[in-house]
Design a protein around this ligand. Structure first.
Ligand SMILES: Nc1ncnc2c1ncn2[C@@H]1O[C@H](COP(=O)(O)OP(=O)(O)O)[C@@H](O)[C@H]1O
Ligand SMILES: Cc1ncc(COP(=O)(O)OP(=O)(O)O)c(N)n1
Length: 270
């Protein structure tokens, strides 16, 4: 039996809702062997980010080489990269190992408002990593910064997604609509010259900590199994929708999503 392996390169969340912790839970639930390289140790919980320390770039590189030499991943995702050297090293390793199934979640600011990416690093994300990206998953504020466009409608989302692919070199862009206020949460996928939308009822809850991390990890897990971009996004959208619908009232702030919900629904259907 071939075991699909996914790698997440990201920061931590000791309270378990976002970052590396959310990614590994998602890989596990989708039956993919999860590996990780830590870029920053972040002190945060459901109430917000308190502080973080960037990991020495040489140690990020060493973690990545340790994974690639021993348990080479079928797909890779990045979350919080925070500083330019972390981006440079990631780009170098992705190229060195010929990684094609790479998902870039351009993490910039946590929901609590704390910046997780330095200002200088935004441009490096665009010039060094977007051209290597198979699927990028910006939310609306991230897509506005990356495309330098104002996004307030579905048409604007389409324009920005097209720009990140046609002008910046990603293979596909899933622009997430979680920050809009429509009745449905609509995400727009642009790839190979075509658009597809993925819609789910907007759930009235404040417990959405880690939704972006979880969605991009689910896409990565499905890509690691060899699924197409469209199929991976479809499964990931079902995973995050169930996880938000059954989200957990843990902690005093924005609680985490529920990683059991997707498989619970599948087993109830069986
Ligand atoms: N209240 C909600 N109800 C249903 N789906 C949501 C809700 N909020 C976000 N989503 C979905 O969760 C995923 C993450 O979206 P978003 O919140 O935009 O990302 P981020 O966490 O990076 O800010 C997307 O698929 C989005 O459509
Ligand atoms: C270490 C780390 N990485 C990313 C995030 C942002 O996660 P996201 O899924 O966008 O969820 P919120 O934090 O915005 O709720 C993070 N918080 N920590």
């Amino acid at each position: 039996m071939t075991i699909p392996i996914a790698l997440t390169i990201a920061g931590t969340d000791p309270s378990g809702g976002a970052g590396i912790q959310a990614d590994l839970k998602t890989f596990h639930e989708l039956r993919v062997f999860g590996t990780s390289a830590i870029t920053a140790v972040v002190s945060q919980n459901t109430c917000g980010v308190r502080s973080f320390v960037d990991i020495d770039p040489a140690l990020i590189e060493d973690q990545l080489q340790a994974v690639f030499e021993d348990v080479p991943p079928n797909a890779v995702k990045t979350g919080m990269l925070s500083i330019v050297p972390a981006i440079e090293i990631t780009a170098k390793i992705l190229k060195q190992h010929g990684v094609s199934r790479y998902v870039m979640d351009p993490v910039m600011v946590a929901k609590s408002g704390h910046s997780l990416l330095s200002k200088e690093a935004v441009q490096s994300l665009i010039t060094m990593l977007l051209p290597l990206t198979y699927v990028t998953t910006p939310n609306i504020p991230e897509a506005e910064i990356m495309s330098n466009m104002r996004i307030s409608s579905l048409d604007d989302m389409k324009k920005a997604a097209r720009y990140l692919v046609d002008d910046c070199g990603a293979f596909a862009c899933l622009l997430k609509g979680g920050h809009m206020s429509d009745e449905n949460a609509v995400d727009v996928l642009y790839s190979e010259g075509g658009f597809e939308t993925f819609s789910s009822p907007r759930i009235a809850t404040k417990h959405t900590h880690g939704t972006g991390c979880t969605l991009s990890a689910a896409i990565t897990a499905e890509l690691a199994k060899g699924k197409s971009v469209q199929s991976s996004v479809e499964t990931a959208k079902a995973y995050i929708s169930a996880a938000i619908e059954d989200s957990l009232q843990i902690g005093h702030g924005n609680g985490p999503t529920n990683h059991w919900a997707f498989n619970d629904r599948l087993s109830n259907r069986a």
